[in-house]
Design a protein around this ligand. Structure first.
Ligand code: SF4
Length: 486
């Protein structure tokens, strides 16, 4: 039975995940195309750092890839991209870059689109080194090649600056450990069935686990996993199950006590004093502001870094006086150029100089603005003035001055909105999440989308972003409603 490097890493992260991948094709989730595309672009650029290298042209699972790799090794290629090797017992891997040291040894270079090495990258390389050595290659060094978060693009891409090499030697598993793990993985793959063992630590840390929808299908919408932190949640789950109604009340104090009590008693929290204080800090005209951003892994524009959040859209609802009519101003970049210069000008004009700028999760908008101010210093004062006027509507919800069980322990606007204004939902919108907005706009920016598809996307983006700021207006109305209670 063949065992790939991704099988190995998956098996170590969670046996269930590998077992599903192998035997439950019906559970196979959709590929995240955006993540796949990013990995592809980064991988291609990384290879350009090694000019003259030989590319294996067939897919790793085709036997021909091994023959091609051997031919490249025999011909003393300076580097081999996607080199495929396999042990006699079926462990195989495609090495991103196999670099020839011209002294009979080779280096393994694993390319990752992250900005720093992650724990599981070392498992990946440990397996590759094992397979290479068992196939007769002498491996001298192992590196993880990531994007360099400090790199700032100026003109043409400088690949030397874009990538950072990390010596992986210290973090590698010993050959004996890899052998033991392979045996263990092969052992559970031989079983006809595998009991599913979920845990908050594993399933959440394993952020990209695509089987959560299956393994967690019987977990209530609001459960011990929401109300307690990692290990505590796992311990309570092991003893009492996931249903908060079935856990002893003396355990509440170990977690989100007030949230749990609200849930159990189906009641809300409303701290009128705190809400009044929040409202008293607001100054008219109120500007309700929300951004959408893209974060290209490889900087598309000058003065930007890998994964820097670049705003391409804002929505601004303005209310000039208490109970006054709403005005709506929006900006949506519609060219395949750096959106920031036009956006800054539009933002400064729209926000004016008076009143509170109401945002939801200030850290995000403020952080984006700080970067804008640093990258476009000629506008720094005006941008800083906008930051100085910011008020965070998240605060009353996060600090539980206002809370309903329907929020399921979260203060995200996607949870507070249905809790307090159920008739206002994102469900009927084409774009329902900021990540979708970002992915769709990236397709436009990178030329993967044009024509009618783009017109429809632009309309959907406008609708989505406007919904966010309108939601803030309505949530503030809700808060005001509570403050008027005696
Ligand atoms: S959801 Fe959890 S238990 Fe299920 S496959 Fe993923 S990590 Fe494993």
């Amino acid at each position: 039975m063949k065992l790939s490097k991704s099988d190995y890493v998956l098996g170590l992260k969670c046996p269930n995940a590998l077992w599903f991948k192998r035997f439950r094709k019906d559970l196979e989730p959709e590929v995240n195309q955006a993540v796949f595309d990013t990995g592809h672009v980064v991988g291609e650029l990384a290879c350009e750092r090694f000019p003259g290298g030989t590319r294996i042209t067939v897919k790793p699972w085709e036997n021909e890839s091994i023959t091609q790799t051997q031919a490249a090794i025999d011909s003393d290629a300076s580097a081999i991209f996607e080199a495929v090797l396999m042990t006699a017992s079926g462990e195989f891997c495609a090495v991103d870059i196999l670099r020839n040291n011209n002294d009979g040894t080779w280096d393994i270079i694993e390319v990752k689109s992250n900005t720093s090495p992650k724990e599981y990258h070392y498992l990946d390389i440990s397996f590759q080194r094992y397979v290479c050595e068992m196939s007769g290659l002498k491996i001298k060094n192992c590196f993880i090649m990531t994007l360099n978060s400090a790199y700032v693009r100026r003109g043409e891409l400088n690949l030397g600056g874009l990538f950072a090499m990390h010596d992986a030697h210290e973090g590698l598993q010993l050959r004996g450990t890899v052998e033991t793990e392979i045996k263990r993985i092969r052992g559970f793959l031989a079983q006809p069935e595998l009991g599913v063992a979920i845990s908050k630590g594993k399933c959440n840390k394993f952020y990209d686990c695509q089987y959560k929808y299956h393994c967690w299908k019987d977990i209530p919408e609001y459960s011990v996993f929401d109300a307690f932190r990692g290990k505590t949640a796992d311990e309570i789950y092991a003893e009492h199950g996931a249903d908060l109604r079935k856990i002893p009340s003396e355990l509440y104090a170990k977690g989100a006590c007030r949230d749990i009590e609200c849930f159990i008693n189906d009641c809300e929290i409303a701290n009128l004093g705190g809400l009044r204080e929040f409202v008293s800090g607001l100054r008219y005209p109120l500007c309700f502001l929300d951004y959408e951003t893209i974060g290209p892994a490889v900087p598309l524009f000058d003065n930007s870094r890998p994964y820097q959040a670049l705003p391409f859209q804002f929505s601004l609802h303005i209310q000039r006086e208490l109970g006054g009519a709403l005005e709506h101003i929006e900006f949506l970049h519609d060219k395949q150029t750096d959106p920031r210069p036009d956006m800054i000008l539009a933002l400064i004009a729209a926000c004016g100089t008076e009143g509170s700028i109401v945002v939801y999760n200030q850290g995000f908008e403020e952080g984006v603005n700080n970067k804008l101010a640093a990258d476009f210093p000629e506008h720094a004062d005006a941008i800083q003035a906008i930051n100085n006027r910011m008020v965070d509507l998240l605060v009353p919800f996060k600090s539980r001055q206002l809370y309903r069980p329907r929020q399921n322990g979260s203060a995200s606007i996607k949870e507070t909105l249905p809790a307090f204004i159920p008739e206002m939902s994102y469900e009927n919108l084409e774009i329902k999440q900021g990540t979708e907005a970002s992915e769709q706009f990236m397709r436009f920016m990178t030329g993967k989308q044009a024509g009618e598809e783009t017109s429809a996307m632009m309309a959907n983006l406008r609708e989505y972003c406007a919904q966010d700021t309108l939601a803030m207006v309505k949530l503030l109305d809700v808060i005001r409603g509570f403050t008027e209670q005696s």
